[in-house]
Design a protein around this ligand. Structure first.
Ligand code: AMP
Ligand code: MG
Length: 346
């Protein structure tokens, strides 16, 4: 399949009547799937009503069909077309954080969505993205768009259109390129089916942010233990992984260098994923910096690009510095743990 490529200028107000957006939207209307930027990562979108379109998303990604998709809307009003019995705290969260990197899970209305979007669940995950290209595309398509990250399943999510093409060229109808995404990690997923919000997947909107709006919030207990979170089906799969095995280590750059030296002695080519402050101090086959410890949002933004960059380096094994888990650090460490398959160097 030919994969079309459309460039749009991220710095202008992107409008739905842009020819690039119109062409991409037409393909979505016809049941094709196209990748587009959001403020979190690039998504792979297909319209929610057609089984066939949703199937194409799963096929292109190689995504297990029991892992439901997030439905993206361009107008808060569309929520009531898709969901019912929405608790008042969930409305407050939508008001406070939409458009933005927050996904709410609420009871779904029957007969509106392809069953494949929700993988047979009676709930639906909804989000209004904060990116002019995403909003213009959904508006122009005139239908909500189901969109997981636009990567092959198991790989780090794409934060540039090039990442999308590396994974999906020839497998999807097109990609809209509006430059690098902002947040760099996927949205926060919050279960809004109970008495108060429960974070199932940490992201750019933190538990503290949610608590400040909803009065009460918690994080899924299984997640807290840094194990798998069966409540969000997708959390049980290995994700975000580079090709070489990845280990996480806490401690000083000196302590980490000692481990690197040990592995070197065993004849291994070692990669180090480091904060920019420490990167210059390592002696290893490849050192890739990913943001600054003094600004964790920069680490979030650069993490997936850094993980992907190791696939271009001749390394047998990778060691990553651990980051603090405050604020967006919770999401960074959640993704790093999954990329490492929870392997730590003690
Ligand atoms: P992705 O599309 O790859 O960003 O993943 C979306 C995440 O939201 C996955 O972890 C899904 O399992 C989760 N998710 C989507 N819909 C639901 C739902 N109805 N209930 C619980 N989790 C969901
Ligand atoms: Mg994903």
């Amino acid at each position: 399949m030919e994969t079309k490529y459309w460039f749009v200028d991220n710095f202008q107000e992107i409008h739905q009547h842009y020819p690039q957006i119109k062409e991409a939207a037409e393909l979505i209307q016809r049941g094709e799937v196209v990748a587009f930027p959001t403020e979190t990562v690039y998504g792979l979108g297909g319209q929610v009503k057609l089984d066939n379109a949703v199937d194409k998303i799963f096929k292109a990604k190689g995504r297990p069909s029991d892992n439901p998709l997030i439905v993206h809307i361009a107008d808060k009003k569309d929520v009531d077309e898709l969901a019912h019995s929405i608790p008042s705290y969930a409305r407050k969260l939508m008001e406070a954080f939409w458009p933005g990197p927050l996904t709410v899970i609420v009871p779904k209305k029957d007969g509106v969505l392809s069953e494949r979007v929700t993988a047979g669940l009676n709930t639906v995950a909804l989000r209004m993205p904060n990116h002019p290209a995403a909003l213009a595309l959904i508006k122009e398509a005139g239908v909500p768009v189901a969109a997981p990250s636009a990567n092959r399943s198991g790989k780090p999510s794409p934060t540039t259109a090039q990442h999308v093409l590396d994974d999906l060229k020839g497998r999807i109808a097109g990609v809209v390129d509006a430059g690098e995404t902002g947040v760099g990690l996927e949205s926060t997923v919050v279960d809004c089916t109970g008495d108060y919000p429960i974070v199932l997947r940490p992201g750019g909107v933190t538990e503290a942010d949610i608590k400040a709006v909803a009065g009460k919030a918690d994080t899924n207990t299984v997640l807290k233990k840094q194990e798998d979170a069966p409540k969000a089906p997708g959390m049980k799969y290995t994700h975000y992984a580079p090709e070489a095995p990845l280990y996480i280590m806490e401690g000083t750059a000196q302590a980490i260098q000692k481990k690197v030296d040990e592995w070197k002695k065993e004849g291994k080519k070692v990669g180090v994923l480091a904060a920019s402050e420490n990167a210059a101090s390592y002696r290893a086959e490849a050192v890739i910096a990913c943001g600054s410890r003094s600004d964790l949002s920069s680490v979030a933004r650069e993490l997936y690009g850094a993980l992907r960059a190791f696939n271009e380096k001749p390394v047998d094994i990778i060691i990553a510095e651990a980051f603090p888990t405050e604020g967006v650090g919770a999401a960074i460490m959640n993704r790093l743990e999954k990329a490492a398959g929870h392997k730590w160097i003690k």
